[in-house]
Design a protein. Structure first.
Length: 165
């Protein structure tokens, strides 16, 4: 992030752009802020805010990326990790690897997130099936699946909001 083009605003949490910026620089700034909001120790109290950060981070990929936000028992972020990369319309997700990462992070809960390069955030049948398999595998090690968010260009779909979890 180019800090030389930003300065703190008069109100906490606001910034002033001090020099012309390109669209790419604005996106870079937005991604840096989103990563910071998903940094270790941040508590996710409002899932809708997490959706915004996740959409900023994942919407521009030209291939599917399946990621997870691992959380502690207080729903504080332990880590945000990209777990699998795929093609323009699918990604292979392996429950065994997800379980290994959840254990390695000592997670109590997880939020899954993946993008749809087509731009449509509507969950597919295969999205629902893999989420169910992941939920079953993680239940055995007492890790709760809080949500699975599908990111598209025009927004996000939440499995929890849709009643799929």
């Amino acid at each position: 992030m180019n800090h030389r083009k930003l300065s703190a605003g008069e109100t906490a949490g606001t910034y002033r752009i001090t020099a012309p910026v390109t669209e790419a620089e604005l996106l870079s700034i937005a991604k840096a802020f989103s990563r910071r909001r998903l940094a270790k120790g941040r508590k996710i109290t409002q899932p809708a805010l997490a959706f915004e950060y996740l959409q900023i981070l994942l919407q521009d990929y030209e291939y599917e990326v399946f990621s997870a936000v691992f959380l502690d028992s207080q729903h504080r972020v332990i880590s945000f990790e990209e777990l699998f990369r795929g093609t323009i319309d699918s990604a292979s997700v392996y429950p065994r690897e997800v379980v290994k990462q959840a254990l390695a992070n000592n997670a109590a809960a997880v939020i899954f997130v993946h993008n749809h390069p087509s731009g449509d955030p509507k969950p597919s049948d295969s999205d629902r099936r893999i989420t169910q398999r992941l939920q079953e595998a993680l239940r055995l090690i007492e890790v709760r699946v809080i949500d699975h968010i599908v990111v598209g260009n025009d927004g996000c779909s939440s499995f929890a909001d849709l009643g799929y979890l």
